[in-house]
Ligand binder design. Structure first.
Ligand code: HEM
Length: 404
């Protein structure tokens, strides 16, 4: 596991684990030992089990495994108290606060802006007849979208693009580069929050500063950690939704035609089920983030000791034949689709409405404007990014009839 060949197609190995070792202890490339949970029913239960903590201090190796679980550089950048690292009651309080700023209404109002961004990016390569869809489309779209939403001024957004590039390029590689990018982003956000305090606007950062719960406000430090986690959690995931999703469509011409015909006829219903199916079939998040047993417990008949790390393999659970009919087939019309691509339980993806909006807009703009889009590489040659949690392509070369 976790080799290049595995990254190209991890699904046969996951099928084997589901069948023969559904709760399996393994040594990760970082040297940390962890339990992998691969069956859908176990995965769903595990994600919602309050006996599993998200706080890395509960890791039995917390003292000597320092920095091996979690976001590189998060200790030094003072990022420990973000949603994905904390448990109730702190989690409940912070999640409620950020939810008052990150509302479905704010997301829905953002749709025209996302479409404009997608169109502008497509304009950049439409006349050329070729493009790398990761670098020129999937990567910049979410970073500009979330910067806009947070209220990062336009003149600073290219800095974010560079920092995000460092984070993605170094994913799975040397941690130094990611750590540096994380620190710069974090310092920038702290400064932006400080500057905005005196001049609140309609953006998400102003919303975070205003957010209050029973008279209690986010501290500047909490607001900066929150803005950062929105960026961190909402960036590479969305790159991979657009990248993996487009790739799956290009490799399944019948399904792609179905979607393209529906869109051409003005029917956007299929687009909704399509985005959910693409998340299930080859989702952006391969493994859910770290969880640690706070007491001895049993998952799928397997005893887990206090302090032992548990990783739920979403990619394996979402192809479990005990839950999904014909799980290895991409079926954009699939209706019974309670996939775990956004997680489950109290840590269920906070950004799901934005992710869905970006996924729908990106795919419909791309297929609408470049109807003859095709893969310009041998699938066997495509490289996937390393790294434990996320699953995504490094590049996606395509060609099409140039559009003036
Ligand atoms: C949590 C997936 C996009 C913000 C999660 C989790 C998953 C996930 C699986 C739960 C992790 C766990 O329990 O270990 C995705 C996917 C996305 C996406 C597949 C894109 C297709 C976004 C976006 C944002 C975002 C756009 C925000 C702008 C968050 C936050 C959490 C989270 C803040 C933590 C919630 C909590 O701990 O309470 N996401 N996400 N995500 N996501 Fe997303």
């Amino acid at each position: 596991m976790f080799t290049h060949a595995f990254a190209a197609d991890p699904y046969p190995a996951y099928a084997w684990l589901r069948e023969h070792a559904p709760v399996h202890r393994t040594v990760l490339p970082s040297g940390v030992e962890a339990w992998l949970v691969t069956r859908y029913a176990d995965a769903r239960e595990t994600l919602a089990d309050p006996r599993l903590s998200k706080n890395p201090l509960h890791h039995s190796e917390a003292a000597h495994g320092k920095g091996k679980v979690g976001i590189p550089g998060e200790r030094s950048a003072n990022l420990m108290t973000h949603l994905l690292n904390i448990d109730p009651p702190d989690h409940t309080r912070l999640r409620r606060l950020v939810s008052t700023a990150f509302t479905p209404r704010r997301v829905a109002a953002f749709e025209p802006r996302v479409r404009e961004l997608a169109d502008r990016l497509i304009d950049g390569f439409a006349g050329r007849g070729r493009a790398d869809l990761i670098h020129e489309f999937a990567f910049p779209l979410p970073i500009y979208a979330i910067c806009d939403m947070l209220g990062v001024p336009a003149e600073d957004q290219d800095d974010f693009r560079d920092w995000a590039g460092m984070m993605i390029r170094h994913g799975g590689g040397p941690r130094g580069g990611v750590g540096r990018a994380v620190k710069r982003m974090r310092a920038y956000l702290a400064d932006l929050i400080h500057r905005k305090r005196g001049d609140l606007g309609d953006d998400l950062i102003s919303g975070l500063i205003r957010a209050s719960d029973h008279g209690e406000h986010l501290t500047e430090n909490e607001a900066a950690a929150m803005a950062f986690i929105l960026l961190f959690a909402g960036f590479e995931t969305t790159v991979n939704l657009i990248g993996n999703g487009t790739y799956a469509l290009l490799r399944n011409p019948g399904q792609r035609r179905l979607l393209q015909d529906a869109l051409a006829a003005g029917d956007t219903g299929l687009l909704r089920t399509a985005v959910e199916e693409l998340l299930r079939y080859d989702g952006p998040v391969e493994l859910a983030t770290w969880r640690f047993a706070t007491e001895p417990l049993t998952i799928g008949g397997q005893r887990i000791g206090t302090g032992e790390p548990v990783l739920v393999v979403l990619a394996a659970a979402d192809r479990d034949p005990d839950r999904f009919g014909d799980p290895d087939t991409l079926d954009l019309t699939r209706r019974d689709n309670p996939h775990l691509g956004y997680g489950h339980g109290i840590h269920y993806c906070l950004g799901a409405p934005l992710a869905r909006l970006e996924g729908r807009t990106a795919l419909s703009s791309l297929l609408g404007r470049l109807p003859d889009l095709r893969l310009a590489a041998d699938p066997a040659e495509l490289r996937w990014r390393g790294g434990l949690i996320m699953r995504g392509l490094r590049e996606l070369p395509v060609e099409f009839e140039p559009v003036p």
